[in-house]
Design a protein around this ligand. Structure first.
Ligand SMILES: [Zn+2]
Length: 150
């Protein structure tokens, strides 16, 4: 049994951050404090929300969201209880996270699975495999069936 990892437990306080500052930071800002330490760079704090949103999902046992900026695809461990993220790659501002109303209920059926099998997408998330079109030629061509085409 493995609990789903949230930002609250994933990010750890770097020695450069006081306990008081760490405890006062919401999970989305703990991510920035931690990433600044690991990446050895300053991440500008957004002035406020941007007009973008992105889906939260469970990805190999972690709550995760991808930056919604076109072409960025940077991802972060997030908290479903602090529904915002900013990107440490493109500094796009605070993007709203689309999170389930009851994240505990989403996590419950997954906790008995091995971490590698803990996956969840919102029904409306375009990245949900149920919403994906096949990437292989459909119907498969003779070349694809013979393995001559990827
Ligand atoms: Zn980004």
């Amino acid at each position: 049994m493995a609990a789903i990892i949230r930002a609250e437990t994933y990010y750890r306080r770097p020695s450069t951050c006081s306990i008081e500052a760490w405890d006062a930071a919401p999970p989305s800002e703990k991510a920035l404090i931690y990433l600044e330490s690991v990446l050895q760079l300053r991440i500008p704090r957004p002035d406020g929300p941007n007009d973008m949103q992105t889906w939260a999902r469970i990805d190999a046992g972690r709550w995760l969201a991808e930056c919604p900026t076109d072409g960025c695809h940077s991802a972060q461990v997030i908290s479903p209880l602090d529904p915002r993220m900013t990107c440490c790659r493109c500094f796009a501002g605070w993007s709203a996270l689309l999170v389930p109303a009851d994240p505990d209920a989403v996590e419950a059926p997954l906790t008995s699975l091995p971490r590698a099998e803990q996956w969840w997408w919102a029904d409306d998330d375009p990245a949900n495999p149920a919403n994906q079109q096949p990437t292989y030629p459909y119907p498969p061509t003779e070349q694809f069936v013979r393995g001559e085409q990827q």
